[in-house]
Design a protein around this ligand. Structure first.
Ligand SMILES: C[S@@+](CC[C@H](N)C(=O)[O-])C[C@H]1O[C@@H](n2cnc3c(N)ncnc32)[C@H](O)[C@@H]1O
Length: 366
C-alpha cells in the first residue's frame, strides 16, 4: 500500500445541523466544566487581560458552554480584569450562528460588560493567536481531526482503527506529527502559568481488536463501511472510490497522548502534564443512543443525525463526490446513503452501538 496523495480541502468544513446533533460533545463539556473552573481559580492574576481560547470551537452551543465556567471563575477571582473570549476554527465554520449565540439569551455576553469576543480563523496546527497571550485554552472533540484529508489505499475500511500494515503506519505517523505540532503551537500561545485542556475521543487497549485497541465510535465507521460497500455492490459508486476513502481521524490511546512529552524536549520543557487519561464516558459509554433502543426508528434517526452533523461534508467531498458529475446526482447519492444507513440502524440497532471513551489531557504552561 502506498500513500498516493493528500487531498486538498479541510476535513470538517460545513458541519450540518451541528447544534441539534452534538449531545455527545456537550456531555464532555459538562464533565470538564468543574475542572476548568478550578484551574482558573488556581491561577495568578493576569497582567492586562484574561484571554480564553476555544480551539476547534465549531458552530456554537458547545463552545459557548465551554467558555462559561472559565468566565465565571475569572469574574469571581479577578473581578476587574478584562476578559477576551476567542473562538478559533477554520474559515468554513458557521461563524454567524456562533456569534448570535454568544450574544443571545443563552450566551455569555450578558455575564459582564467586561467581555470582548474575538475569532481566530485558521488551522490549530498553525499559530492562531499572539504568542504568550492566552490564559486558558480548551479544545473539545476537535483535535482528533488530522491536519489534512488523507487518501491512500485502504480496502475494507474507512477509518484508522481497522487499517493494516503500511497504511496504518502511514496514518499513525501523520497522527503523531499532528499531535506534536498542535501542542507546540499551544505552548507558544499559552502564557506562563496558563492551562490547556483537551477533551476528545480516545482509544483503549483491547487484545481482541485487529490493532489491539478499541476506538470510540467503532459502530459508526464499520456501519458506514457496510453501507458504502452495499452501494459498490449495486454499482452506485466505484470500488476504487471506496477503497481509497479514509476519514482523516485518529483517536489516541493514553500512551499516544503522552508520547510527545516523553520524546520532544521543547514540549517537556514547556508543559507540566497534569492529566492524560482515557476513560469510558460517565454515562451512556456503551451506546450514546441507548435510551432509544426500544424505538428503532428514533434510534436510527438520532444516530444518522449525529453522523450527518460531523461527516456529511467529508463524505460528500471525498467519497461520493468523485462518483457524480452533477450536484443533483450527488444529493441523490447522499440521500440513498442516509436511507440505507437508517435502515441498517432500524433493523440492527445496537449491533452498531456508538461507544465513547473520553481522552482528557490537562497541561500547565511552565
Ligand atoms: C466535532 S466539531 C467540535 C466543535 C466543538 N468544539 C464542540 O465541542 O461541539 C470539530 C470542530 O473542529 C474543527 N477543526 C477540525 N480540524 C481543525 C483544524 N485543523 N483547525 C481548527 N479547527 C479544526 C472543525 O471545523 C469543527 O468545527
Amino acid at each position: 500500500m502506498t500513500e498516493k496523495k493528500m487531498q486538498s480541502g479541510q476535513s470538517t468544513e460545513g458541519m450540518l445541523d451541528y447544534n441539534d446533533n452534538s449531545s455527545a460533545q456537550l456531555q464532555l463539556v459538562r464533565l470538564l466544566s468543574p475542572l476548568v473552573r478550578d484551574l482558573v481559580h488556581s491561577m495568578s492574576p493576569p497582567d492586562t487581560e484574561f484571554k480564553i481560547m476555544d480551539y476547534g470551537c465549531g458552530p456554537g452551543v458547545n463552545s459557548i458552554e465551554m467558555v462559561k465556567p472559565a468566565i465565571e471563575a475569572c469574574l469571581e477571582k479577578f473581578a476587574k480584569t478584562p476578559i477576551v473570549v476567542c473562538h478559533s476554527d477554520q474559515v468554513g465554520n458557521d461563524w454567524n450562528t456562533l456569534f448570535q449565540l454568544a450574544a443571545g439569551p443563552e450566551g455569555y455576553a450578558q455575564m459582564s460588560k467586561n467581555i470582548r469576543t474575538e475569532a481566530a480563523v485558521g488551522s490549530f496546527y498553525d499559530q492562531v493567536t499572539s504568542p504568550a497571550s492566552a490564559s486558558i485554552g480548551t479544545c473539545i472533540f476537535a483535535s482528533h481531526w488530522l491536519s489534512q484529508g488523507i487518501q491512500l489505499t485502504s480496502a475494507g475500511t474507512v477509518w484508522f482503527a481497522d487499517l493494516q500494515s503500511d497504511a496504518r503506519q502511514i496514518v499513525d505517523r501523520i497522527a503523531q506529527r499532528d499531535w506534536t505540532q498542535f501542542l507546540l503551537q499551544r505552548s507558544r500561545e499559552i502564557n506562563a502559568g496558563g492551562h490547556l485542556v483537551v477533551g476528545t475521543l480516545g482509544s483503549v487497549p483491547d487484545a481482541s481488536e485487529v490493532n489491539g485497541i478499541a476506538a470510540s465510535g467503532r459502530g459508526i465507521y464499520r456501519s458506514i463501511q457496510v453501507v458504502a460497500k452495499s452501494m459498490v455492490d449495486d454499482a452506485l459508486i466505484s470500488p476504487k472510490s471506496l477503497d481509497s476513502f479514509l476519514f482523516s481521524l485518529w483517536f489516541m490511546t493514553e500512551a499516544e497522548a503522552r508520547r510527545p512529552f516523553e520524546e520532544n524536549t521543547e514540549l517537556r520543557d514547556a508543559f507540566e502534564v497534569i492529566q492524560t487519561t482515557v476513560q469510558p464516558a460517565p454515562t451512556k459509554a456503551e451506546d450514546i443512543f441507548q435510551e432509544h433502543i426500544d424505538d428503532p426508528h428514533t434510534y436510527a434517526q438520532k444516530y444518522v443525525g449525529y453522523i450527518r452533523a460531523f461527516a456529511d461534508s467529508t463524505l460528500r467531498t471525498h467519497l461520493f463526490g468523485p462518483n457524480c458529475r452533477t450536484a443533483e446526482l450527488l444529493d441523490q447519492l447522499m440521500a440513498e446513503f442516509y436511507n440505507r444507513l437508517t435502515q441498517l440502524y432500524e433493523s440492527e440497532t445496537n449491533k452498531h452501538a456508538c461507544e465513547v471513551w473520553h481522552l482528557v489531557v490537562v497541561l500547565r504552561r511552565k
